[in-house]
Design a protein. Structure first.
Length: 509
């Protein structure tokens, strides 16, 4: 038998098996008579993502195509059959009412070989419930207020950093500076580090964060592989994080914890609360009694890491786009500045935790920013067991991904008139009350919503308030207008960046 024939005997059966596998995967919704967007190998229904379109726009197109036809529509997230929910009542059902049927996110993690990956965002089942119950008391209003002094100190450095650009009359790369700010806040609150990114305009933690949130094309493909083939990834014991990044956190956190314990050092930060959970199973002042179960050191490391995972890119993105919209809407910018000045006059000129709570129009601005630029364009849940949906008439298999297209909902003209216009008045109490409860989902909803949402909102509000009290912003000539999304970015980012001119406000203004 010739070598060619031997190769054919080997290759053809494998090719046939791959063909049958792909065909079976991509006929999943048609076989169940569910309205669906067709898919093709290898990207499923996401053809053109990252090369022609941003993922949020692809999901929006599917949503608009089917929203009047069916409360839910099938599509293919690469090779993974996924159900997109287009009806807000069904969204509420998935995220809240029937949460126990959709408790998990379906995110791959490897607790044994890559313990940093076993964090609150990814972990599932009873392990998630245990961690959520333990961590919830660390994000109460009282505990966040406890960490606010740290944020205030970094706020002074934030102003100084913008001031240096103003003195040099240079346009500001806003996303970069906001990244330094959020990195310094997270470094201090989650890791007990003085990163000094704003002072040095660089830090080791910033370098790591940029690697995590600006993945190479190969790393991005691996993420989709983990999502599409979670069981296979688990069998192969694949690692999620690069080894050097995992080692960085697995070294830094235990060393910091050990130093604090041996030297009786305490700081008003998130890591200190995790140390309490490690040693006592509860945090000081918690309303609920400890079950006696404590966190392991690996769990402490993973939850410190998730603080950065959930708080770095999302918060810096929201802050960046808020400043962009304020620069492009000077009348709104001035209205916020007047409110900030008015509130500060009642608080001895200091931006305190209580002062920020009084800045209601600023909160509307932040909410409108999160509507137009939700940090993550969708919320995903996995069915824990088979689940029947009446319309379309389908029973979901266990481990079926259900996706809520947050960006598409936020841009639905039937919900938000003229959705591309920046209008903070959409979030007056009256306007909010008139809308469906699930028409605004920047942090998800239900028991598995973003645990750190209050901290994130506080950080964004504080960042805007401290800057607007000192500077006036306007679009730079370096800014690409009208704004376009960077289609290659995994999250929301402006093509070419957000560039603004900064002018110091006269103290008499």
């Amino acid at each position: 038998m010739s070598l060619l024939n031997t190769l054919l005997y080997l290759v053809l059966p494998v090719a046939a098996l791959i063909y049958l596998f792909v065909r079976r995967k991509l006929s999943y919704w048609a076989d169940r008579n569910v309205p669906h967007a067709p898919g093709s190998f290898p990207m499923g229904s996401l053809q053109g993502m990252g090369t022609k379109y941003h993922m949020s726009h692809i999901l929006e197109r599917i949503y608009q195509q089917f929203k009047n036809e069916s409360p839910a529509v099938g599509f293919y997230l690469t090779m993974k059959p996924t159900l997109m929910v287009t009806d807000l009542e069904l969204v509420k059902q998935v995220l809240v009412k029937d949460f126990n049927s959709f408790r998990d996110r379906g995110v791959y993690y490897n607790e044994k070989d890559d313990p940093v990956s076993a964090h609150l965002f990814a972990i599932d089942g009873e392990k998630w419930r245990f961690l959520r119950n333990k961590l919830s008391p660390t994000f109460t209003s009282g505990k966040i207020k406890y960490m606010f002094n740290t944020m205030q100190e970094i706020g002074d450095e934030f102003v100084e950093c913008f001031g240096r650009y103003e003195e040099r009359e240079e346009a500001v790369d806003v996303k970069t500076l906001c990244g330094w700010f959020t990195c310094d806040v997270i470094g201090s609150c989650a890791f007990g580090l003085n990163c000094n990114s704003l002072k040095n305009e660089e830090s080791e933690l910033i370098t790591i964060a940029n690697r995590l949130f600006k993945p190479s094309p190969i790393d991005a493909m691996w993420q989709f592989f983990f999502m599409s083939f979670r069981d296979l990834s688990a069998k192969l014991r694949l690692l999620i994080l690069p080894r050097d990044i995992a080692k960085y956190f697995m070294t830094l956190i235990p060393e910091t914890v050990t130093y604090r314990e041996q030297n009786n050092v305490t700081r008003p930060d998130f890591l200190q609360l995790l140390i309490q959970l490690k040693n006592k199973g509860t945090v000081d002042g918690a309303e609920q009694e400890s079950s006696g179960e404590t966190l392991t050191m690996n769990q402490v490391v993973a939850q410190s890491f998730v603080f950065m995972l959930g708080g770095f890119e999302t918060t810096s993105t929201a802050l960046t786009f808020a400043l962009f919209e304020l620069a492009n809407n000077p009348e709104i910018q001035e209205k916020v500045r007047v409110e900030v000045s008015s509130v500060l006059a009642r608080h001895d000129g200091k931006i305190t935790y209580d002062a920020l709570k009084e800045m209601t129009y600023l909160e509307q601005v932040v909410n409108e920013t999160l509507r137009m630029y939700p940090p993550v364009p969708f919320v995903a849940r996995n069915s824990n067991h088979s689940y029947h949906i009446t319309h379309p008439d389908v029973t979901l298999d266990a481990d079926t991904m259900v996706l809520v297209p947050v960006y598409a909902i936020h841009y639905d003209p039937d919900i938000y008139q003229n959705p591309t216009r920046f209008d903070p008045d959409r979030f007056t109490p009256e306007a909010t009350q008139a809308r469906h409860t699930h028409a605004f989902l920047p942090f998800g909803d239900g028991p598995r919503n973003c645990i750190g949402l209050r901290f994130a909102l506080l950080e964004v509000k504080f960042g805007i308030a401290v800057l607007l009290s000192k500077f006036r912003f306007s679009p730079s000539a370096k800014m690409i207008l009208p704004l376009e999304l960077d289609i290659s970015a995994p999250m929301m980012a402006a093509k070419g960046g957000v560039w603004l001119d900064v002018n110091k406000i006269n103290s008499k203004e």
